[in-house]
Design a protein around this ligand. Sequence first.
Ligand SMILES: Nc1nc2c(c(=O)[nH]1)N[C@H]1C(S)=C(S)[C@@H](COP(=O)(O)OP(=O)(O)OC[C@H]3O[C@@H](n4cnc5c(N)ncnc54)[C@H](O)[C@@H]3O)O[C@H]1N2
Ligand code: MOO
Length: 650
Amino acid sequence: MSKSKNFYLENIPLDEAWRRFITALEGGGLWSELPGEDVPLEEALGRVTAQPVWAALSSPGYHASAMDGFAVRSVETIGAAETSPKRIPVGPNGPASYVDTGDAIPSWADAVIMIEHTQRIEEADGSQSIEIHAAVAPWTAIRPMGEDMVATELVLPANHLLKPVDLGALAGSGHTTVKVRRKPRVAVLPTGTELITVEQAAREGVKPGDIIEYNSLVLSAQVREWGGEPTRYPITIDDYQLIREKVRTAAETHDLVLVNAGSSAGSEDFTSSIVEDLGTLLVHGVAVRPGHPVILGMVANKPVIGIPGYPVSCALTSETFVEPLLSRWRGQQPNQKPRVKASITRKLLSPIGEDEMVRVTAGRVGERVVAAPLSRGAGVITSLVRADGIVRIPRFSEGVEAGQEVTIELYRTPADIERTVVHIGSHDLCLDLLAQHLADSGRRFTSANAGSLGGLLALRRGDAHLAGSHLLDPVTGEYNVSYVKQHLPGIPVVLMTLVHREQGLIVAKGNPKGIRTLADLPREDVQFVNRQRGAGTRVLLDYHLEKQGIAAGTISGYRREEFTHMAVAVAVQSGAADCGLGIASAAQALGLDFIPLEKERYDLVIPRVYFESELLRPLLDLVNGTRLREELNALAGYDTSHMGEVIEIA
Ligand SMILES: Nc1nc2c(c(=O)[nH]1)N[C@H]1C(S)=C(S)[C@@H](COP(=O)(O)OP(=O)(O)OC[C@H]3O[C@@H](n4cnc5c(N)ncnc54)[C@H](O)[C@@H]3O)O[C@H]1N2
Ligand code: MOO
């Protein structure tokens, strides 16, 4: 049976989508906490109490000695002083009797004197006494019965998330089990004919059109993290009946069904029609990006969420809809990420009419926290891996200007943000090595690719601690100095050389087009890939083209811009271009050939205040040490003989 599909994607504001969803859940009696089940204390960590817990026993269950010492009647100590010590005979029934910490106090006693405040005396008749130099008040050094918990007293309220210490209090008050909310059962259904398992990919390789299925792994892990019990289904191909049957049966045995992908308007996007067919479609399309083609519906009185296929959209949609629902079922408030105000490092345009969630990295630079936007591609899962948080651009706004104040919802702690070294500028593979080693000294390193010039401008705005730069001055032949003087006037700066590195033409393995020099670029059969304006590599290219009298307009592909050396190398590897200018290590990383053109200096530009800061000290130590140097020498095209040399610019 083929079904007519719904090509119409709505644009429902998030609060309206939630309102419809909650109304339907309430209608089905599903917008409330799940019932309780008894679990042994050992299994109760992270679960939520389904009812208040009252102490079954008192703790301590008797008057207990708080110290090692002698139990006494306090009246018998009256009058003892430094100048007039008192002796009290020791015996099993008093008037002084030895007790260990935690022992029951004899019924005749009402105080304990710590052993170090007594002196043992052997009397002439062989009997024992203690001599004391101070009186004690009644109940001194005694933990009265029920000091911690009195039987019938409240130990924990309902809807309490159980921490390790709570388990101790439960056992201490006499409970062997605790009634906790049942874990929500969540079906995770990955669908798509193009999907293959990662095991299959490892065995047989990935052909064009194959996609490694991992959204169900992410969704299941999220569900588990949020206190639910996921069932991860195998991949279902894009077949209306097969998916329909899976959704139908999953709804019978689960509290919530997540159908992944097939939520949009493509020829095989069935989820919305299936939900309509089996139950009620509430929402198809929310005014949120990423995650626009979300589906909310009810099947057999169970909520079904159609989650978009793009991995970032998938993970964020689940944060937006699944987490709050699971929290509700567990009697918890939805997860509130810590928030921090920050200054955004670059202008972002955002479509009116949709809330946009922008992934950012964050760090404190001087007085402010800065937020550097990451890739906005919905398929770029690493942007979420690297993200320190999310900045929401509301649907009634067209975007934000560079330097504007925004709020970051943090994935990390504010303390993590404080120990972050922020780099904006030209990227080099050695920064990845630096980042890796900095982690050993408790620093985090975030890097945004803005090209050399972009890095200097970021330093001027106070958006970064340092900027990698390799800008050749065509007049002086010197690197970076004149640019720093021009763009950072009045800011004391240290230029610290990291490496000299080989720049050259990255070409396919075996150099099939026989490219030798820049003079080959205008050839009709040569397709070039360029770097963005402001990149040091672009400056270098333009310098040499000018010197050799080659007009940029004669090079096919000159206008095609990539933002990193690796992106240029990938373009060559994929056959999209025949060559591009870049560094040797990028060619090496992808097994491409490399034609050296020039050795250039790559510096770290560091404002003096940060150069001298505690935050950057481990970075400077690394640059001045031997480990990084040795690792770089093992890579193609790096010369570390000037590493660590500094030029100060006042
Ligand atoms: N004409 C339109 N096309 C698209 C629209 C639109 O409004 N009109 N929306 C776009 C947006 S936004 C998104 S998000 C995606 C979501 O589409 P689907 O939910 O139908 O997902 P697919 O197209 O099947 O997949 C998208 C992408 O993600 C990969 N994928 C899917 N499942 C998995 C998985 N389990 N693990 C890893 N990767 C997965 C899939 O192979 C595709 O590459 O639609 C846009 N199109
Ligand atoms: O909504 Mo899509 O999820 O923007 O990428």
